[in-house]
Design a protein around this ligand. Structure first.
Ligand code: EPZ
Length: 420
């Protein structure tokens, strides 16, 4: 397994081109199941979750080809030879559950292994299954698999008790092939959901309300092939902006729309970070202002993304004062705290709330990554520590960040990847 060795204390400076959003590309790859025509995705991030989804789609019989540098994906789902998503693939990536709705809508049946929980929570899929039943599917859960069948899906009114990103995406894809109109109430409105809606629209689906929490899908017409460019990854951008603020540097993240990070950018500004915006870029500018502790709560979009909570916490260890951080989306998303404490941070946990006192000098240590965004938080802390930090189990990071050590080195960080 790889490790990252970081010698901190250097200010990051320069520009980083942010890759396409993993959490948009994943459902958009699955959307290729909704047509037999060729689908091409541009600006696909070269990260492990994408390779896992490609392997899963290939296991159904979908042709999936990467171009040389892996940013352009060509997919074609002409004849499927199975409708079963096997446990050995699904257990490595929960987002595999996204294939359930599309497989069912296209083939009339689907068998998808239950994704199981992960480090950050139990991650139930009850809302996905209840929604598919409302569209007329019979759904049974046996031997760790979801078995769904439906002669013909029919449009329905569906209300999500909790906003669910992949639940909304699963139902949007199923509804786009269902007979009649489906209304999704209390739908997720993350930019990745809107990007999928835009792609489905270009395939011929008739979807109203993208970007709002009421999505109306008029299904029933066959969908055609499409060329779609994946939206930039706002979480990767937010991670680099936090790294720049943490190291008192100046970094411009290109390929991301500021509106997709509005709540996070407002919070950084409020904490004393100087920012500059363009249509598809955000920059942290040099500043002598002290970093001020500011409370933060994670919320569904347009609130601050839970996927930026760990990175924000690393930043607050260097801010003056006390910051109260509340995690409202997942029940166990503080796995990074124990490792930050070992580096000298002052953080007290109380249920879903973390109280961070700063600034505290961070010292380098051997730390263990546990989940994708917690790993990013440990890398940020390593950049701020004044000596050497070694991050273990870097494979968590590789799921959602494309060659992060190369991008950080290009910004002046002293970081290298080695075999453990
Ligand atoms: C998506 O996960 C993202 N993954 C996550 O990013 C992200 O953290 C999360 O949305 C929240 O924004 C992808 O898009 C592939 P949810 P998802 O369903 O869809 C509860 C990363 O770091 N819930 O929006 O699985 C659930 O337990 C990953 O890239 C139910 O109760 O999250 C949670 O408390 C991590 N029943 C809340 O809803 C359900 O049927 C939000 O979960 C579904 C969800």
């Amino acid at each position: 397994m790889d490790i990252l060795t970081i010698r901190g204390g250097k200010s990051l400076r320069g520009e980083v081109l942010v890759e396409g959003a993993k959490n948009a590309a994943l459902p958009e790859m699955v959307a290729a199941l909704l047509t037999t025509e060729p689908v091409t995705l541009e600006n696909v991030p070269n990260v492990r979750d994408i390779s896992t989804m490609a392997a899963l789609l290939r296991s159904f019989g979908v042709r999936v080809e990467h171009d040389a540098e892996g940013r352009r994906l060509s997919l074609r789902a002409e004849d499927l030879h199975t409708r079963r998503a096997s446990y050995n693939l699904v257990r490595t990536m929960r987002a595999s559950i996204l294939t359930l709705g599309a497989l069912l809508a296209r083939e009339g049946r689907a068998e998808v292994s239950l994704p199981g929980g992960c480090a950050i929570g139990t991650r139930p899929i009850n809302l996905h299954l209840e929604g598919l039943k409302k569209l007329g599917a019979s759904v049974a859960v046996e031997h760790g698999y979801v078995h769904a069948t439906a002669k013909r899906l029919r449009g329905a009114e569906i209300f999500f008790d909790t906003k669910t990103v992949t639940g909304t995406e699963n139902l949007m894809m199923a509804a786009s092939l269902a007979e009649g109109t489906t209304v999704l109430q209390n739908a997720a409105c993350e930019p990745e959901v809107s990007d999928l809606a835009e792609m489905l629209g270009a395939m011929g689906a008739h979807i109203e309300g993208a970007g709002t929490d009421v999505l109306t899908i008029h299904g029933g017409t066959p969908l055609r092939g499409v060329e779609h460019r994946v939206v930039g990854d706002r979480i990767v951008a937010g991670t680099f902006l936090a790294a720049a603020a943490l190291t008192r540097g100046a970094v411009r993240t290109a390929g991301v729309r500021p509106a997709h990070l509005r709540a996070f950018l407002d919070k950084l500004h409020d904490a004393g970070v100087r920012l500059e915006e363009a249509d598809d870029a955000v920059a942290v500018r040099p500043s002598d202002d002290t970093l001020r502790a500011r409370d933060m709560v994670t919320q569904p979009y347009p609130g601050i993304a839970t996927d930026l909570q760990a990175q924000y916490m690393a930043l607050m260890t260097q801010a003056h004062g006390t910051a109260v951080i509340e995690e409202t989306i997942f029940e166990n998303r503080f796995m990074h705290v124990s490792e930050l404490l070992r580096m000298g941070a002052d953080i007290r946990l109380d249920g879903s709330t973390a109280v961070v006192r700063g600034p505290t000098p961070l010292t380098g240590a051997h730390v263990m990554a546990t989940d994708l965004r917690a790993s990013a938080s440990l890398v940020l802390a390593g950049l701020a520590a004044d000596d050497e930090t070694v991050v273990h189990r870097v494979y968590h990071l590789d799921r959602g960040y494309e060659r992060i050590e190369e991008k950080l080195r290009a910004l002046g960080a002293d970081v290298e990847r080695r075999e453990e």
